[in-house]
Design a protein around this ligand. Structure first.
Ligand SMILES: Cc1ncc(COP(=O)(O)O)c(C=O)c1O
Length: 380
């Protein structure tokens, strides 16, 4: 087996890839049929020779070099069952101004969502949420006996806090808010949000999913982490290393809650954090450079797509995340199918918006340029 040199370790991802220890970014190749099709229909448009993933809100740059180095340096730990999560807990607590006993480490934030879904379902009551929104917690709670009360977003396609307040019933155990929302990347006004969370959390559990927090630069937005730091009891905030840190495949995310609730959540977890996920996240959260780079590139990509929407007069939702939501005016299934013919994967159906809207995740600017050219060629 090839030995990993100190120089390779210090140089990080690039050198590791060159050494053959990490395969150089494996991508999904185009099928011969797709290649023929895109050559015939858009031979003049230079295109990458792989599937472009605008479908899953992933980070096209991650993991960072720093994270890759940490993964490599710790490969020898793979014979161990587990790794102490305390160092990463402390880093997360520090960054977010809470204490270590507020932090729960999950196998992705999905585990935090499912544990919360289980808590919400334990009385067979109800969960109030916006519609559309991210489904994981809701599906899990529903499978375990909760009724889901879906409150349609308002005319500007933002979560409707007034209508959600009115939808809360005496059997409501949880209110689930995603901010920025997904698939619609809008944010809630910070004062309205804080008042709503404070009021609701007097009698109900409030779960605030902030998976895209790091991408937001709207001054109208505020994280609800401060309420956890201030000691409020019925509030859970979730964050993830999957998005800005590009560690989706590592499955590591975080819940933040009052120490008593955090303890209860730890007790209910079934997953164990992978030893390399602990190391990768620890290194990545200590590095301020990679997130800055990703935010800058994400803005470039968003601008390319938003310019197209302006030019073609398409309605879109100003994004506070790494994806946007566009009114293409056609069935999403049809849009997906046409884009796929050109090697582009776009977002799945998000009922009831699937009849004319599509979610487009951001990839690298050059890939978004290609997407725009294809969209214009097909529908412009
Ligand atoms: C709003 C929201 N919450 C949670 C998740 C799950 O993230 P994780 O990879 O941490 O499980 C996603 C993933 O797309 C998401 O969009």
């Amino acid at each position: 087996m090839t030995n990993l040199t100190r120089r390779q370790i210090l140089l990080g991802g690039g050198a590791l890839a060159a050494s053959g220890l990490i395969p150089a970014i494996p991508r999904t190749p185009l099928t011969p049929q797709m290649r023929l099709m895109s050559n015939a229909l858009a031979a003049d448009i230079p295109r990458p020779d792989y599937m472009i993933r605008l479908s899953s809100n992933e980070n096209p740059y991650g993991p960072s070099r720093v994270a890759l180095k940490a993964i490599h340096a710790n490969l020898h730990l793979l014979n161990r069952y587990s790794r102490d999560v305390q160092p990463v807990v402390e880093v997360l607590a520090d960054i977010n101004g809470v204490s270590a006993d507020n932090v729960v480490v999950g196998t992705g934030s999905s585990e935090i969502l499912r544990v919360a879904g289980m808590i919400a379902a334990s009385n067979n009551g109800s969960v109030v949420c916006a519609d559309p929104t991210y489904q994981s917690l809701l599906d899990y709670a529903e499978r375990h006996g909760a009724e889901i009360i879906r409150v349609p977003v308002n005319e500007s396609l933002n979560s409707d806090l007034e209508a959600m307040r009115a939808a809360v019933r005496s059997d409501t155990d949880m209110i689930y808010l995603v901010n920025p929302n997904n698939p619609i990347p809008s944010v809630l006004n910070k004062d309205a949000m804080r008042n709503f969370v404070l009021e609701m959390s007097k009698e109900h559990l409030v779960f605030v999913d902030e998976a895209y927090h790091e991408f937001v630069d709207d001054p109208d937005y505020e994280s609800m982490m401060g309420l956890v730091a201030a000691g409020h009891k019925n509030i859970i905030v979730a964050r993830t290393a999957s998005k800005i840190h590009g560690l989706a495949g590592m499955r590591i995310g975080f819940g933040f809650a009052h120490p008593e609730l955090a303890e209860k959540m730890r007790d209910m977890k079934t997953g164990e954090t992978h030893v390399l996920a602990v190391e990768a996240a620890h290194a990545s959260y200590l590095d301020p450079e990679f997130p800055k780079f990703v935010i800058r590139k994400n803005k470039e990509s968003l601008a390319i797509v938003e310019n197209m929407c302006e030019e073609l007069g398409l309605r879109y939702i100003k994004s506070n995340a790494n994806f946007t939501f566009i009114q293409t005016g056609m069935e999403n299934a049809k849009y997906q199918e046409r884009m796929r013919e050109y090697g582009i994967l776009t977002g799945r159906d998000f009922p009831p918006y699937h009849s004319s809207w599509s979610r487009i995740s951001m990839s690298k600017p050059e890939e978004m340029e290609y997407y725009v050219q294809i969209h214009k060629r097909l529908f412009g």
